[in-house]
Design a protein around this ligand. Structure first.
Ligand code: ADP
Length: 338
């Protein structure tokens, strides 16, 4: 009864109140019966077969209250289990809602990061697009002039058409690469050749590399298939390349180099990008992949965090190493497809 008293103080329950009552009734009935049996016994031996009727009745009442006690204990536990279950279900729903919210936030971050990453390159991309468009315009004018004068030979015609086709392809390649980066619907994983994804990103970044006189060394194996969303892995490569380009700003133009490697490593595809820029300081290294960590004035500290999120989502790993000759070297590994 003391235990019950303490339990009731902690939480008020109708079952506990009832259990208190039945336990108290059992105690009273037990005491009554003890008194009856003792007062009916004259010899000093208690004979249960000759128990008076009224004492037997009290005994059965006692048993009934014991049964009721067990019923209330069961009721108490059943109610607790069901309320715990209800709480668990509510918690699960809340956790799912939070996970969905997190996914939506990450999707928005991915979009924001794509816009920022390409925004930084927009001047060089516009310049690169302008060049073939300007050249095409000149070629068209030249063709028209020759036609008007009736001087168009088949050799000249073919030459001008080839130039037009070349310029058209150059512009189309950049637009295609940009479109593939911004594709919305293609977030589900499909088999892609890593070499193709790297060259798509290079198409976007090439004007910037040329403008900053950065040498690119490519050692990429063909046929490295990974099962990913192309736009997401392109975004990872673009972020790493952009960081490498920015880190080379303080290096003498003639020395600026970025090395990109990709090869098969057991059941994984290994990608690495190495620059000979400033590298990452020892203190900053621990928190390199954390959100909102940046050393740049206009940086957001989003890029590397997103890279890690995307790579781990596909069962891969991403890490940093100091480049052999100074500078930074970022690596990621992804499972090979198939
Ligand atoms: P942000 O570029 O907006 O700063 P990131 O997450 O892409 O965000 O990068 C975080 C930080 O990591 C950068 O501010 C920079 O200090 C460091 N970092 C990333 N890549 C390189 C690199 N290739 N060389 C030197 N530092 C780098």
């Amino acid at each position: 009864m003391i235990e019950l008293f303490i339990a009731r103080k902690k939480s008020r329950h109708i079952q506990l109140d009832f259990l208190m009552f039945t336990t108290f009734a059992e105690l009273v009935l037990g005491l009554i019966r003890l008194w009856m049996v003792l007062s009916a016994t004259t010899t000093g031996n208690i004979n249960l077969y000759e128990e008076p009727f009224i004492s037997t009745l009290v005994r059965w009442f006692g048993v009934s209250f014991t049964v009721l006690s067990y019923v209330s204990i069961l009721g108490f536990w059943a109610e607790r289990v069901s309320s715990e279950n209800k709480k668990n279900i509510e918690d699960n729903i809340r956790v799912n809602e939070l996970l969905l919210e997190r996914e939506a936030l990450i999707t928005n971050l991915l979009k924001a990061n794509k816009t920022t990453a390409t925004g930084a390159l927009s001047a060089s991309i516009a310049h690169e697009l302008n060049q073939p468009l300007g050249a095409s315009n000149l070629n068209i004018q030249f063709l028209r002039m020759k036609l008007d004068k009736g001087l168009l030979s088949s050799d000249i015609g073919k030459e001008v058409l080839d130039a037009l086709e070349f310029d058209n392809n150059r512009a189309a390649t950049i637009v295609r690469s940009l479109r593939s980066l911004f594709t919305e619907g293609e977030s589900r994983a499909q088999e892609h050749d890593l070499a193709y994804l790297i060259s798509s990103v290079l198409d976007i970044v090439k004007p910037e590399l040329n403008a900053r006189q950065i040498q690119i060394q490519l050692r990429v194996e063909e046929g490295l298939l990974i099962e990913v969303s192309s736009s997401e892995i392109e975004q990872v490569i673009l972020n790493l390349l952009n960081n490498a380009i920015q880190s080379l700003a303080s290096i003498k133009a003639s020395l600026r180099t970025i090395v990109i490697e990709a090869y098969r490593d057991g059941n994984s595809v290994h990608f690495s990008i190495c620059d000979n820029g400033s590298g990452v300081s020892t203190q900053f290294r621990q928190s390199l992949f954390e959100l909102l960590n940046t050393t740049k004035k206009s940086g957001m500290g989003l890029g590397l965090w997103l890279c890690k999120h995307i790579v781990t989502r596909y069962g891969g790993v991403i890490w940093y190493e100091d480049a052999p000759g100074g500078g930074a070297q970022f690596h990621f590994k992804l499972p090979i497809a198939g």
